[in-house]
Design a protein around this ligand. Structure first.
Ligand SMILES: [Zn+2]
Length: 334
């Protein structure tokens, strides 16, 4: 009976899938709304939990319906309702970006049954279910947890990118705490890390594969160190903004050190595209005020785009990187 409904109701299922995507996009927009608050309050040492939204100029409380992501700004015509001071377009832009990034990654990851995750790991091996019906009827909680971890990583990077654009200081406790928390989570639940340390190569040089939690922590730790090192080098070469080390280390901690290399390539491409689009397909030098849209440096905002693409195509990027690496190891051994 249920199966009949499933085949007959494939149009209904498609609508249900679309509804799920819509829900995840709205969820992402709300995360973006929260990140606007975080990026404004954390560098000033204010609480992000307590105190409602206020207009920074007239200090009047913002009405709940005007606090709706993107829609609220449009309803107000981009001005405070009380004092008519313009509300920067950055607020709805951040909300829209978070909606696309978080809605996109979670939709693909959850509705495809984790098809984007690197092949050969426990979680992506056991799934062939796809669609919102399987998500609701037979939820794979591990996949949901992996997805939540990725969304947290994206949201954190988005908040850091706003702090970088504002030329604010990123509190040390925040990034150090994020890395410690990430490693602790991967140690407690090794399946949160879908890539292995070095694949076959490690099995050949050691007596056997390491226990799962050691492997996961090894991937996370080498990722953080490789990403941090690469980021600091890029920053010293003045190719990036100030927070490159922290940003790439976060990518490495989430996806392992191989991903720091592939993400760095995507990062460069994203920055070049942003600059070409901003300068209208011409290669003018950036203006004196160093507008972030035209700066030739790689910004964390570009890294958010790169991490999104990395997560969406992780399986294929990792397969490519691993193939190259194995060929290299074979040549070295020979
Ligand atoms: Zn106001």
């Amino acid at each position: 009976m249920l199966w009949e409904w499933l085949t007959i109701g494939s149009v209904g299922l498609l609508l249900l899938d679309l509804a799920a995507v819509g829900f995840l996009v709205v969820f992402g927009a709300n995360v973006g709304s929260f990140l606007n608050v975080v990026a404004y309050r954390v560098p000033q040492g204010m609480s992000v939990v307590f105190g409602g939204s206020h207009c920074p100029v007239c200090d009047r409380a913002i009405r709940p319906w005007h606090n709706l992501p993107v829609v609220g700004w449009l309803m107000l015509g981009g001005r405070c309702r009380d004092c008519l001071v313009p509300i920067p377009v950055r607020y709805p832009l951040v909300e829209a970006s978070a909606a696309i990034v978080i809605g996109g990654v979670s939709s693909v990851e959850l509705l495809s049954g984790g098809i984007n995750l690197p092949a050969g790991n426990e979680v992506s091996r056991e799934i062939w279910w796809r669609g919102v019906d399987s998500l609701l009827m037979q939820p794979n909680w591990r996949l949901v947890a992996i997805c939540l971890l990725h969304l947290s990583g994206l949201a954190t990077l988005l908040a850091w990118s706003l702090i970088e654009l504002d030329r604010q200081r990123l509190p040390r406790g925040w990034w150090l705490g994020s890395f410690v928390l990430l490693l602790a989570l991967q140690m407690a639940a090794p399946w949160l890390q879908p890539v292995g340390p070095l694949g076959d190569w490690l099995d050949r040089v050691t007596t056997g594969p390491p226990p799962a939690w050691q492997a996961a922590v090894l991937v996370g730790l080498t990722g953080i160190l490789a990403g941090g090192l690469l980021g600091v080098v890029l920053k010293k070469l003045q190719l990036t903004g100030n927070l490159a080390g922290q940003g790439l280390a976060l990518v490495g901690g989430l996806c392992g050190w191989r991903a720091t290399v592939t993400t760095a390539v995507l990062w460069t491409a994203a920055a070049v595209l942003r600059r070409v689009a901003a300068t209208g397909m011409s290669w003018k030098l950036p203006s004196e005020r160093d507008d972030w849209l035209v700066t030739p440096r790689l910004l964390l905002a570009d890294l958010v785009v790169a991490l999104t693409l990395q997560l969406l195509s992780w399986r294929w990027l990792d397969g490519f990187a691993r193939g190259l690496l194995e060929r290299l190891v074979l040549i070295l051994e020979w």
